[in-house]
Design a protein around this ligand. Structure first.
Ligand SMILES: *Cc1c(COP(=O)(O)O)cnc(C)c1O
Length: 361
């Protein structure tokens, strides 16, 4: 089997998605599976459909288009605000898109009218993380505009926290979203379908007994893929954290001096030397060199019990610790962080392999 490779355990992914879909259904919350860290991998999307997600959410139109050819039978949601240059593709392939700009809404409406389709709009509200979103004071105006465009259908409002400034979803900002949707409904005499509270970062607040209020939808990526919540990196009880792992091959394994020698400077990956090097107890240490680097993964996001990551450059990863059993040609497996998964999925050097009863790996 080729290395490096991502091993994707579809049954574990299905378990994660089924568990979250059921858990959240008890609180009246539907789930969109966010597949962007897998570049919209169809096998994973199908697994999530089988697990009962409401829709598949993607950040890139290319992935939306590819998934639309898979005929999954559930809606596709574009979660990054459409580029003006892509509105035709968006209304052709996404049922719904997240929006925060009047100009984009007008362009989407024109494109939808041209194609004779009706496009769903989820208006994103800024609640403190300072990424995408309409300020609360401007929300009514944007609702008014959306309602006035006949080829658009206002699906609801949503927010996204945790991704830009790490702002945690809590009772205060989530209650604010519920208040906003109720104010809009009263003001315009309508009932909005979705109140989309956020992403995997919302799960600790809900698990701690947070009152969902009007929130009836979440967009989940990391929780379903890696079984972790993003704000602390903690494992979510009952989920697999190893549904997707990264395997790399050993290309050198030697006992070497514990300290580098010679005059030290920074490296190409901008690591300043931590001088002076500490006096180490062990003058010699076993190090394994793996054929894995910054071109394949985010080294900071790799973990394996007992293994220390000593450093990485474009094509090499140096590890120490529990490496005495390793020799050249052996494989070492790592759990991955979200950024590491995204990089590995994006790298042309990393292959993918599915673990499934039905498939031979
Ligand atoms: C990436 C993203 C998500 C999913 O985030 P996770 O932390 O992976 O659950 C949800 N909503 C939006 C708008 C996103 O960009």
């Amino acid at each position: 089997m080729s290395a490096p490779r991502l091993e994707i355990h579809l049954e574990h992914l299905q378990h994660n998605a089924t568990t979250m879909v059921k858990r959240l259904a008890c609180q009246g919350i539907q789930v969109s599976g966010v597949s962007k860290a897998t570049l919209g991998m169809p096998e994973i999307a199908r697994t999530w459909v089988a697990a009962g997600v409401h829709s598949i959410a993607e950040s890139r139109i290319e992935s939306i288009e590819a998934l639309s050819r898979c005929e999954l039978g559930i809606p596709l949601l574009l979660i990054r605000s459409p580029m003006l240059s892509q509105v035709d593709r968006v209304v052709a392939h996404a049922a719904i898109s997240c929006n925060s700009e009047a100009m984009v809404l007008r362009a989407l409406a024109a494109a939808a009218q041209c194609q004779g389709v009706c496009h769903g709009v989820l208006l994103m509200v800024e609640l403190g993380d300072l990424r995408e979103g309409i300020l609360a004071a401007d929300l009514e105006e944007m609702v008014l505009l959306t309602l006035a465009l006949p080829s658009l259908r206002l699906v609801g409002i949503g927010t996204n926290l945790g991704c830009q400034n790490g702002i945690a979803p809590d009772q205060s900002n989530m209650a604010e979203l519920s208040r906003l949707i109720e104010t809009l409904e009263r003001r315009f005499g309508l009932r909005l379908e979705w109140c989309s509270g956020g992403n995997s970062a919302n799960l600790p607040w809900l698990a701690a007994g947070g009152d969902p209020g009007r929130i009836n939808h979440l967009r989940l990526g990391e929780a379903l893929l890696l079984g972790r919540e993003p704000l602390t990196g903690k494992a979510i009880p009952g989920l697999h954290t190893d549904a997707i792992t990264l395997v790399a091959e050993v290309i050198e394994c030697k006992l070497k001096p514990s300290r580098a020698w010679g005059t030290r400077h920074r490296t190409s990956f901008a690591k300043e030397p931590t001088s002076p090097q500490q006096q180490l107890e062990q003058p010699m240490a076993l190090r394994a060199l793996l054929a894995l680097g910054e071109q394949d993964a985010d080294p900071a996001g790799l973990s394996s019990p007992g293994i220390s990551i000593e450093g990485a450059s474009s094509d090499h990863l140096v590890v120490s610790g529990a490496v005495s059993a390793l020799s050249v040609g052996d494989e070492q497996r790592f759990q991955v962080s979200y950024s590491c998964l995204l990089r590995a999925m994006t790298s042309p050097f990393v292959s993918r392999c599915f673990i499934d009863h039905r498939l031979d790996c």
